[in-house]
Design a protein around this ligand. Structure first.
Ligand code: NAD
Ligand code: ZN
Length: 378
């Protein structure tokens, strides 16, 4: 089959590889019909996630049709339409039973963390879903079966695999409530969906921050948020604090290790302009009100010495973070989409065949050609 493979920093290649097979009696194999590229994939191709072997198949936002099921699988059958969440989870352990599937105790044989498709040996070593076929472990728990009466096209529901529940989880667990002021750092796919959910939770003010003009413009256009370009202010944290009369109730970081720059540039810019990695947490620590909450949805893959712990402590800030446990949110969010209450398709800027994945990664990484979210079609 064809698959998108990691070949070193900023180098992905679509290659012919062996088809996946059922390995355990509760595995399924899915024929992929649509699969998206995520900001988290950009961290991978920047070499910021350890233990990425050459030829590793990447991708964790796929959906498709069940091709084969192991003898113990009862949840789905051949021919069912399924969305595959980025979390791989057993459904039986303490964490799966307590709505933290992103920390499943059984799925990751390599470490004390959860397991994710296409996300390095450290996070389980499972081949990813930017491919014609995908082996899905725990077929009785991991996949979301799309109801038979669903007439929605793939792109309306594809992001249930990751960024829709991730954005929802970020807003939900940050405790956003009616009347709140919410600042969302980042107007990439995750930031844009987070802004939508902040409104749906009843926020009275949503302020979006970025520095890429076409992304700020889209945020304003599709989400009716106030936008701030963080490069136009000397002290963006204080500027946001003034705008919000003492700070926002909730600041949500949807940046992570900024995808546009190299790591060294990111560190340098963090010090100068407060962009990227450390920049976002510094901005957040200044822009949140006393007693407020900072939610780190953006992914951080290493230790950071300049972390403003004292500032957060002095002002009673609650800090939340982590890989989103997406599985248990999928049914509720699917129903919202089915009822027409949520539509994520206005963030899609590119629909390309899987064969053009290299080009897709280039434009999403460099943030050019107006690229925001790419869906690869098979
Ligand atoms: P993206 O790279 O397209 O978007 C990030 C945006 O942040 C960019 O537009 C960039 O210009 C902007 N930015 C950079 N520095 C900034 C700063 N200091 N302040 C404000 N904006 C800044 O990526 P994406 O697909 O939207 O993903 C965003 C983050 O969410 C990534 O780190 C990704 O790994 C993470 N993510 C986390 C989870 C989870 O489970 N926690 C799930 C999916 C994605
Ligand atoms: Zn993702």
């Amino acid at each position: 089959m064809k698959a998108v493979t990691y070949q070193g920093i900023r180098n992905v290649v679509v290659k012919e590889v062996d088809d996946p097979k059922l390995e355990k009696s509760d595995d399924i194999v899915v024929r992929i019909t649509s699969t998206a590229i995520c900001g988290s994939d950009i961290h991978l191709i920047h070499g910021m996630i350890p233990n990425m072997p050459t030829d590793f198949i990447i991708g964790h936002e796929p959906m498709g049709i069940v091709e084969e099921v192991g003898p113990e699988v009862t949840k789905v059958k051949k021919g069912d339409r399924v969305i595959i969440p980025f979390n791989i989870a057993c459904g039986e352990c303490f964490y799966c039973k307590n709505q933290l599937e992103s920390q499943c105790d059984h799925a990751n044989p390599h470490g004390d963390a959860g397991a994710y498709f296409g996300y390095s040996e450290t996070f389980g070593g499972y081949a990813g879903g930017q491919a014609e076929f995908l082996r899905v472990p725990y077929g009785n728990f991991t996949p979301f079966r799309v109801p038979d009466d669903c007439e929605l096209e793939d792109e309306k529901i594809l992001f249930l695999a990751d960024i829709i529940p991730t954005a929802y989880w970020g807003v939900d667990t940050a405790g956003v409530k009616p009347g709140d002021t919410v600042i969302v750092l980042g107007c990439g796919p995750v930031g844009l969906l987070t802004q939508k959910f902040a409104w749906l939770k009843g926020a009275k003010r949503v302020i979006a921050v970025d520095y890429i003009q076409y992304r700020l413009e889209l945020a304003k256009k599709v989400n009716q948020v106030e936008v701030v370009d963080f490069t136009t202010e000397d002290n963006i944290g204080n500027h946001l604090k003034e705008m919000t009369h003492g700070g926002a109730d909730v600041v949500i970081d949807c940046v992570g290790m900024d995808g546009k720059r190299t790591f060294l540039e990111t560190v340098e810019t963090a010090l100068k302009l407060q962009g990227g990695a450390m920049g976002a947490i510094v901005i957040a620590s200044q822009a949140v009100r006393k007693g407020g909450t900072i939610q780190l949805v953006g992914v951080y893959g290493m230790r950071y010495n300049a972390f403003p712990l004292g500032d957060l402590f002095a002002r009673n800030i609650t800090l939340k973070m982590g890989q989103a446990p997406v599985i248990h949110y999928m049914p509720h969010l699917y129903s919202m989409i089915q009822r027409g209450e949520f539509d994520p398709t206005d963030i899609i800027t590119h629909r390309l065949p899987l064969e053009q994945a290299k080009h897709a990664y280039e434009i999403f990484d460099a943030k050019k050609d107006g690229c925001i979210k790419v869906v690869l079609k098979l």
